[in-house]
Design a binder for this molecule. Structure first.
Ligand SMILES: *Cc1c(COP(=O)(O)O)cnc(C)c1O
Length: 368
């Protein structure tokens, strides 16, 4: 393995994994334990793989303090399939759901849910290009809604809920694709939490759904079998062949986090990284962060120079220095540094060093 060639990858996802996990996975790649085969070659019905899967689940349960009243499902289809599975499975009474639109992912989720029920936009921050999170309370939601839907961390716009909306008795559903395990979260405040693995937990191919057990099992009779949470819950995520290698890798990452102080230590590291980067941006004359101060994401740090051509130059020159994938989402432009769990503080320091040099070299063009 050529470790010297590893660079700081600021991509929004797929993104960096802990190097220690990649290295131990490389050692086990050809023969896992005493099995004589790779996890990629292993029967998903074997005792060996079942142990990998159940350990990954239990470690995640321990790390996030997920009570037994919640099921953990390991699925495929990405966050995107959850945009459909959620309305299919969670409409069980009025057929109404309230969505909070804080960005493109919430828009997509709502557009999918409209196919299955009566969707109302409870609030939207589109008026200011999603640069903030609306402040909501129980009165903002329809009392008979089957669920309320939010996107806890907005990957594209770099915002994050600094609070958990009070929805009263209505189950709160949350897309945490770009935030899972990055900080402490009280799972019991939610009816369902889902996340694609490829940003904070592991390789693409695995989607994690954490759902209150009493919400599972209400899908209509004609629901396609893979789309019914009940099937996956009853079969402990082994109804069909799961994304075995992705589950193994996610399990290794979770184990690694557990060994390194759990979620609270991880949150401390993530806060340190984000605060350092924001502090530099706030103090600079060239860069600014469009997201509202209190609503800033810890994971996706969006910033601009105010000059699209200069932004482009920044991204290109940073890439040449091994600071990769710093371009903002195509719908926003500017820059975005995704500093997920596995991004070391050294990566943030290297980025700030580059930003400082770039600022000096391009100061005259500052338009802050
Ligand atoms: C990346 C992302 C998604 C989409 O995930 P896929 O796994 O590509 O379907 C959904 N929601 C959020 C918040 C994301 O960041």
């Amino acid at each position: 393995m050529n470790e010297k060639r590893r660079i700081y990858n600021f991509a929004a996802g797929p993104s960096m994994l802990p190097q220690a996990v990649l290295e131990s996975a490389a050692k086990e790649l050809v023969s896992y334990g005493t099995s004589g085969m790779s996890v990629m070659e292993m029967s998903h019905r074997s005792a060996c793989f079942e142990n990998i899967l159940q350990t990954a689940k239990q470690d995640l349960r321990d790390l996030m303090r997920i009570p037994e009243s919640y099921d953990i499902l390991f699925l495929q289809g990405g966050g995107t399939l959850q945009f459909s599975m959620i309305p299919i499975n969670l409409f069980r009474g009025s057929g109404k759901a309230d969505y909070v639109i804080t960005g493109a992912w919430a828009e997509k989720a709502a557009a999918e849910a409209v196919k299955f029920g009566d969707i109302r936009v409870a609030a939207s921050s589109k008026d200011r290009n999603y640069a903030y999170i609306p402040r909501l309370s129980a009165e903002d939601f329809r009392r008979d809604a089957d669920y309320v839907y939010i996107t806890l961390n907005n990957t594209i716009y770099g915002t994050r809920y600094p609070y958990i909306p009070d929805t009263g008795d209505i189950p709160l559903v949350c897309d945490w694709s770009s935030g899972i395990l990055s900080e402490e979260l009280d799972v019991t405040k939610f009816g369902l939490i889902f996340a694609g693995a490829q940003k904070n937990i592991g390789p693409a191919g695995l989607t994690i759904v954490i759902a209150r057990r009493d919400l599972i099992g209400r899908a209509p009779e004609n629901t396609p079998i893979y789309l019914d949470y009940k099937i996956h819950a009853a079969n402990k995520s082994l109804y069909n062949t799961p994304p075995a290698f992705s589950i193994y890798m996610a399990g290794e990452v979770v184990k690694y986090l557990k060994k390194n102080g759990g979620v609270s230590a991880n949150e401390r590291r993530n806060r340190e990284k984000a605060e350092k980067l924001y502090a530099y941006i706030d103090g600079s004359e060239l860069y600014s962060a469009p997201a509202e101060y209190e609503d800033r994401s810890l994971m996706n740090i969006v910033f601009v120079t105010g000059d699209a051509a200069l932004d482009k130059k920044f991204v290109a020159e940073a890439g040449e220095e091994g600071l990769a994938e710093l371009g903002g989402h195509r719908s926003v432009g500017g820059m975005r540094a995704s500093v997920y769990n596995a991004m070391p503080i050294e990566g943030v320091d290297a980025l700030i060093g580059f930003m400082r040099r770039f600022e000096t070299e391009n100061k005259k063009r500052a338009v802050k």
